[in-house]
Design a protein. Structure first.
Length: 443
């Protein structure tokens, strides 16, 4: 159950050369994510203010809807990951997910009640859940195990470029359009369709030989990452139709839970997710603490995205070099520092930049590092399923956190609610540090 030493690259793989280059499919998928994130973040940037200010939602009501928005995808990730492995076509499942999300964007124009809006957002998040694991599996399977952090860092940097452009576009549309929110939702739908087209036209449909295979197998080949044979998750020695591999069965995907290292990753991701306050709440708290005007609210995600963009690739490369556990836990320490500033720092002009910088550092150190750590844990034919298990555990925990934080804010106020999350994060980070400690306690 080690996240560092086993996933750190061997010396032979750290030199310059083809193994260090980012695969073309990573760049194309990054472009798809960039375009899609422009669409998604246009909506995400205006949604908190739209719900609270325009529709009059309470913090509890917003917490419930935000939990739906971020939690529904968690349940669907398992389905998307398993189906992608079963049909052996990650592009197909990713395309279905991107397409469903694009179809839901125009429906936001018709949603005026919490029931209708919740349904549309649930369908949109269903699309996200379907695409996330297959997309990350394509990235993982096209990259040597030694360079997983770098590849995911490049993808997340491109994804975050879209996350920067989305709020900026929403800000400009709100200032220029008379019926600003409807205009934001309409433009978002058009951009989402463009992302689907790029995926369909430029992402290869079938995986060829992976760089991992080309450079001699995974880094930690000395210790099998999963048992092979009919009884283990690998399960590749059974002959399939016409001599090919048989479809992946549900029990084979569930058998991944017998891997101690995967259980450790999933458990720690869930534990830390229970105390990770959603972005929307962070921005609402920052607006109140720093006295930021409503007209500038949509620009707050830009601060997080800018830092994420700058640090995603360096953080991924650093995780490959010094160990993913260290970088992953350091990101949560940065988030804890952001909570502390929101709780106790005075409302000075540097409060907002400092909180947003720490928020962006948190994502740079965790968002791509967690899936990168699975490269040496999950066999290739079950990679999407393994990614889905860990992603689902984290997303479900954050769903619970949104509900609990919204309820605590409504009952006790925002300060006590955030203080409880900060104390919980400190305790959970300590536990995760022990569970994910490297062999021999060296790092």
């Amino acid at each position: 159950m080690y996240l560092t030493d086993r996933s750190a690259p061997a010396r032979a793989d750290t030199g310059r050369g083809p193994a260090r280059r980012v695969a073309p499919v990573v760049l194309v998928l990054g472009t798809v994510s960039l375009i899609t994130d422009i669409s998604s973040e246009m909506v995400t940037a205006v949604l908190p203010l739209y719900l609270v200010s325009q529709l009059g939602f309470s913090p509890l009501g917003f917490g419930a809807l935000d939990g739906v928005y971020n939690g529904v995808s968690a349940l669907v990730q398992l389905t998307g990951g398993h189906l992608a492995d079963r049909v052996r076509n990650h592009k197909l499942m990713a395309g279905l997910g991107y397409g469903l999300s694009a179809l839901c964007k125009p429906l936001l124009l018709l949603a005026g009640s919490i029931g209708t809006l919740g349904t549309v957002l649930a369908l949109e998040r269903t699309g996200k859940g379907l695409r996330t694991a297959p997309r990350d599996a394509m990235i993982s399977l096209s990259t040597p195990a030694a360079n997983q952090g770098r590849a995911f860092g490049v993808h997340r940097a491109m994804d975050t470029t879209g996350a920067m452009l989305g709020p900026l576009a929403a800000f400009l549309i709100l200032r220029a359009a008379a019926d600003g929110y409807d205009a934001v939702f309409g433009v978002s739908a058009c951009v989402a369709v463009l992302g689907v087209l790029v995926l369909v036209l430029f992402v290869p449909g079938r995986r060829r030989e992976t760089p991992t295979e080309a450079v001699g197998g995974p880094v930690d080949a000395g210790e099998p990452s999963a048992p092979d044979g009919p009884g283990g998750p690998g399960g590749t020695d059974r002959p399939g139709p016409q001599g090919g591999r048989p479809p992946v069965r549900v029990r084979e995907a569930l058998a991944l839970l017998r891997l101690p290292r995967l259980r450790a990753l999933a458990g720690c991701a869930a534990l830390l997710g229970l105390t990770t306050v959603s972005d929307a709440f962070v921005y609402l708290l920052l607006q109140r603490r720093a006295g930021i005007g409503e007209q500038w609210f949509t620009l707050l995600p830009l601060g997080t995205a800018a830092v994420f963009l700058l640090l995603a690739v360096p953080a991924g490369a650093l995780a490959d070099r010094i160990g993913r556990r260290t970088v992953f836990l350091a990101g949560h320490v940065g988030l804890l520092a952001a909570y502390a500033l929101l709780l106790w720092a005075p409302a000075t002009p540097v409060l907002a930049p400092a909180v947003l910088a720490l928020h962006g550092m948190f994502y740079a150190a965790t968002d791509g590092v967690l899936p990168a750590a699975l490269a040496g844990v999950v066999p290739e034919e079950l990679r999407a399923s393994g990614l889905a298990i860990v992603g689902t555990s984290q997303a479900l925990a954050r769903f619970c956190c949104s509900l609990a934080f919204g309820a605590a804010w409504t009952v006790w106020g925002d300060g006590p609610a955030l203080a409880g999350s900060a104390v919980g994060l400190l305790a959970c980070a300590a536990v995760a540090g022990l569970v994910l400690r490297p062999a021999g306690g060296t790092r």
